[in-house]
Design a protein around this ligand. Structure first.
Ligand code: AMP
Ligand code: MG
Length: 487
């Protein structure tokens, strides 16, 4: 690793400096022939990074961690985690590095992080590498989530390494440059708690408060306030996932952030046909992380966070447990309120309507969608037209026409706002068959389908001519979708 001759950007190494117990200084593996596959120019600019510089040979070396500013201290972060319910005391960045924090134009710090940058001391049996397909997949889906207005880590670039990586077959290697409000995870707190070092735990909590939940610092019990704040942002995040039909796929506690951003896009997918039992991950055989289970899993993960924070919540353990239980209990209420409010908004329903009218309306609609295996995204988008009196497109998607007609009549009597609906119900989502098509082409060296897909997804609510194929459900021939963990 060399120093960057002209440091155009200031990398802070706060986490590396302040949490030496959880950060192993490490270097990215040398790449001899890096090739830029995709660069997020708007995001680069927001971060004060010159896109032309990033495209230069020296800039590419920065993007993959092969040359970093002199003041930067790349580290592999330690964390623990419950994976499919089983506790792993030492996970950590096996193939990732935190380069440091830089300032975004919004005045908040962002982590610059690499995925696929080589083995670290946390690599266990892994090769430390990543391949083009899954890294582009994270790029596409995370940027789509961002455009949808859903909190998420972002993707700055994917750089091909020119090196072959052994998976089921040999595949081209790549490094993803990821940008996050931070990489603090529930698993980071599990790790700090397991060290038995309460001072470390407290410092980590203080860091999380400063970086993500500053209002908690004013509270009488700041660590309880931190926990409540994480519950609030996660309840809101989960509601947004559910409302848009997103299945994360691997909601282990190490894949859940303290900031409330979606993180770690592995075997994730958007639903086509509405199916509460939808699972796409090839390794999730029991359906633990199925669509309908996501809020319950989030609550379970937050209970693990509560356990980690117990010593900070109260000196008396019984009272600490009482506070934690009460706080976790808030998650359901907040999640349900956020989901119901979001669903009413998707239906264009005005505020102040009686729940006794709207609640059964929502329930009946969900049953109708499930029964008819209706394409979730297309249906809500067409419903905007139904609000304008043109019900045929939505009607054409359902099975039980009589039930639909009766439902529409009751719904339209509430005078739904079609313009609001069009601003909330996306027309372009990263449909699985389109994502797979773009990744396969990119893996073979053709980046055009990826570029076109990214363009469509960048403005998901704005219908544009010529993009019809990005709105349709997968053809029958695509079959049942299975995706493999993000390797
Ligand atoms: P994930 O399922 O991507 O959240 O990863 C779970 C854990 O496995 C993390 O500690 C990763 O760093 C690690 N990991 C995943 N893939 C690899 C790999 N190819 N080499 C080393 N570690 C890996
Ligand atoms: Mg992970």
């Amino acid at each position: 690793m060399s120093d960057l001759a002209q440091s155009t950007v200031m990398f802070e190494g706060r986490f590396a400096r302040e949490f030496a117990e959880m950060a192993i200084p490490w270097r990215a593996e040398e790449v001899t022939d890096p090739q830029l596959l995709v660069l997020n120019e708007p995001l680069a600019t927001e971060l004060g990074l010159d896109p032309d510089f990033l495209r230069s040979p020296e800039g590419l070396l920065l993007l993959i961690g092969n040359a970093v500013p002199t003041e930067a201290t790349p580290v592999a972060q330690a964390y623990a985690g419950h994976q499919f319910g089983w506790y792993a005391p030492r996970l950590g960045d096996g193939r990732a590095l935190l380069l440091g924090e830089i300032m975004h134009v919004d005045g908040q710090r962002r982590d610059i992080h690499l995925k696929g940058s080589g083995r670290t001391p946390f690599a266990r049996n892994g090769d430390g590498l990543a391949v083009v397909g899954p890294m582009l997949r994270e790029y596409v889906v995370s940027e789509s989530m961002h455009a949808l207005g859903i909190p998420t880590t972002r993707s700055l670039a994917v750089v091909a390494t020119g090196r072959s990586v052994q998976r089921e077959t040999l595949l081209p290697g790549a490094v993803l440059t990821r940008v996050a409000s931070s990489h603090l995870r529930v698993g980071s707190f599990q790790y700090a708690r397991a060290t038995g070092d309460i001072d470390l735990l407290r410092r980590l909590a203080d860091y999380a408060i400063t970086r993500h939940h500053p209002a908690a610092a004013e509270a009488e019990n700041r660590y309880l306030a931190l926990f409540q704040s994480v519950i609030t942002v996660q309840a809101s995040l989960l509601a947004q996932w559910m409302l848009v039909g997103f299945v994360h796929g691997v909601m282990n506690t190490d894949n859940m952030t303290i900031s409330g951003e979606t993180i770690d896009y592995g075997p994730c997918a958007f639903m086509d046909a509405f199916d509460p039992a939808a699972v796409y991950s090839s390794i999730d055989e029991g359906g633990r992380y199925a669509y309908r289970n996501q809020p319950l899993v989030a609550e379970w993960n937050l209970a693990r966070l509560a356990e980690s924070l117990l010593p900070l919540l109260h000196d008396d353990q019984e009272q600490a447990v009482e506070l934690a239980v009460k706080a976790v209990g808030e998650f359901r209420r907040r999640y349900s309120a956020a989901w119901f409010a979001g669903m009413k908004a998707k239906l264009g329903l005005r505020e102040g309507l009686d729940d006794e009218v709207t609640s059964p309306l929502v329930d009946e609609l969900m049953a109708l969608l499930q029964e008819g295996q209706v394409d979730y995204t297309s249906f809500f988008r067409s419903l905007g037209q139904a609000a304008r009196g043109h019900a045929e497109p939505a009607r054409g998607l359902v099975l039980d026409l009589a039930a639909f007609d009766a439902w529409v009549e009751r719904w339209r009597a509430l005078d739904p706002d079609a313009d609001v609906m069009d601003r909330l119900n996306p027309i372009y989502i990263p449909r699985n068959h389109l994502v797979e098509e773009a990744l396969a082409a990119a893996t073979d060296g053709d980046l055009d389908p990826l570029k076109r897909l990214l363009e469509a997804l960048a403005s998901p609510f704005e219908e544009r001519p010529g993009l019809g194929r990005y709105t349709a459900a997968a053809p029958e021939s695509f079959g049942t979708y299975r995706t493999f963990c993000g390797t």
